[in-house]
Ligand binder design. Sequence first.
Ligand SMILES: *[C@@H]1O[C@H](CO)[C@@H](O)[C@H](O)[C@H]1NC(C)=O
Ligand SMILES: *[C@@H]1O[C@H](CO)[C@@H](O)[C@H](O)[C@H]1NC(C)=O
Ligand SMILES: *[C@@H]1O[C@H](CO)[C@@H](O)[C@H](O)[C@H]1NC(C)=O
Ligand SMILES: *[C@@H]1O[C@H](CO)[C@@H](O)[C@H](O)[C@H]1NC(C)=O
Ligand SMILES: *[C@@H]1O[C@H](CO)[C@@H](O)[C@H](O)[C@H]1NC(C)=O
Length: 601
Amino acid sequence: MKLSVFCLLVALVCQRAFADWVRQPFWYDDARRDKVAKGTVWPQPRSIQTTQQSLSLNPDSFSFSTSDDASSNANCKDVLDPAIERYRDLLFWIPAGERVSVSGDRVLGGLRVTISGGTCSEYPTLDSDESYTLEVPASGDATLRAQTAWGALRGLETFSQLVYEVDGKHKLNVTTISDEPRFRHRGVMLDTARHFLNVPYIKQNLDAIAYNKMNVFHWHIVDDQSFPFQSATYPDLSGKGAYTQDNVYTRQDVLDVIEYARMRGIRVIPEFDSPGHMQSWGQGYPELLTSCSPTNVQADIYHLGPANVARNSTYDFMQNLFTEIRDIFADDYLHLGGDEVHFQCWMSNAEIQDFMRQQGFPNTTQGFAQLEGYYIKRLLDIVEGLSVAPKRSRGIVWQEIFDNNILSGDFTVDLDTIIHVWQWNNSNFQGIPYWDELPLVTGAGYQAILSSCWYLNFISYGRDWPEYYACDPHNFTGTPQQKQLVIGGEAPLWAEWVDATNHVARMWPRASAVAERLWSPQSVTDSAAASPRMEEQRCRMVRRGIRAQPQGPSYCKYEWNLAGQAGNYVPTASGARGITGYAQQLLLSLFSCLVLTFGLS
Ligand SMILES: *[C@@H]1O[C@H](CO)[C@@H](O)[C@H](O)[C@H]1NC(C)=O
Ligand SMILES: *[C@@H]1O[C@H](CO)[C@@H](O)[C@H](O)[C@H]1NC(C)=O
Ligand SMILES: *[C@@H]1O[C@H](CO)[C@@H](O)[C@H](O)[C@H]1NC(C)=O
Ligand SMILES: *[C@@H]1O[C@H](CO)[C@@H](O)[C@H](O)[C@H]1NC(C)=O
Ligand SMILES: *[C@@H]1O[C@H](CO)[C@@H](O)[C@H](O)[C@H]1NC(C)=O
């Protein structure tokens, strides 16, 4: 018996060691194999015909030109000219000392950009046309045609991605592309309340957003923990609610971010979440919030609960604050939050109870749902009242507002409001799966954006982007009209465990998977086929200065900060052990079995 236990242990140890030994070379091969594609586009265009015929680019003579339409319309020119300067830099990355002359090659001389009709808006909107066509012919200049400057930006990004490096030359292949996004709203969400992110980091993210053809930066700017937005109307919001007075966004900072985003065709949608998630507001303006009684009703958070929705002064405050917000943020939409309101605190407060009796709301969950609906309705009215014709000011709310509508049987929320679906049902959260929520939301006639399956703050071992890639906003049962009402999605990165040290790496290239899902045709679903393109997109971002994290063993030609490192470790193992490795492991397993059987008998 002792012998058998001994044999068992030996077998287990050997098995483990051999398995590791055998596996190692596979990892090694996998990492070495040239798995990075060259000159592929991310996200995959709607239609692309590429050929084997390659052209060279001459960095010294390559020229961009714009059509009269594009250069005469001030709005078009305003966005297009700086974009061309940016892409001129992004296009040629081979260091001058390593460049090889292209004389004698077939050379592409330039790119001509045309914006048909020259109809450009100052700001991108939900309805902006982002389509473009790109023609790289065997001879003559390449042409990029778009309806708007926003479409031209997407086309410039594509053009820059077609270029690859071979033996010291910038090359691209003869290609024809006709492209447009599948969804209109394609965003990432950054949370600057749990940790403050300074403006340069936000801008770096905006660059990455543009490299992935996303068009929304949802700025979850304030929350329970801090209020970094500096308001002129209510200075104590950040004066007392920010972590420190260094951790604030001045009006100028915010305008700077909006302008940087506009130049890249990105909408900035700020979120001022209420009536929950408002602890930081209460630091400077405690009368805004409900006093919970007893004070331990919300054991996890102080003694103040959600907004005191019974007081008219609360609505006056919102009216004034949102007037200032409306004045700063250019987008038609403001995100009004509305998630995770804990009813117990309201239930415990006599003023709220009195108000509910007056309004005829019962002292039940349903009654509190009605109460929250009442608040949001008044807030939406305030926001809509701030519309400056011809633009309309509208709200986006988290799904609880819609769910409460159902619960209270009281459809107070305007149909123009977009419902942001975020809940899911898994080990992290027991909620309604998105494929059950979207039919309800769209069935009631609301537009929806999806985030449930794209919470980038949840991390695990290994590469997770194929999971994000698999999730589809149309994965629910509904009529074509209902599918139409799903206008896109967002990848949120909640920042409890994320700050400037890690947020770019955690977001990219994981959010790139979401970017492709939201841009490319529904039929583009094979993550294995997408993998070499994903590798190229990651290396491209790294080369452009974005710390996009790796997706398994690999290398990029232009590694992050390679020059600053003390030489590269080169493994000494060489050659594949492939089939021999398998055979050895098989023999070892047989041997283990024999020992085991022999030992036990
Ligand atoms: C470009 O053409 C080369 C041959 O010149 C070919 O090896 C490569 O696969 C092509 N790349 C793309 C993206 O079509
Ligand atoms: C609060 O405002 C509402 C709506 O404007 C109004 O009907 C109500 O009379 C006001 N209540 C008080 C106490 O001023
Ligand atoms: C409301 O209901 C809760 C329990 O559901 C109860 O504890 C509380 O006393 C009620 N409040 C009023 C004012 O009826
Ligand atoms: C969520 O999952 C749990 C466990 O699998 C299940 O019991 C529950 O019914 C699910 N909830 C919804 C709303 O689907
Ligand atoms: C699609 O929806 C079904 C439920 O209808 C669900 O079981 C499946 O997991 C969903 N697929 C993805 C990739 O989310």
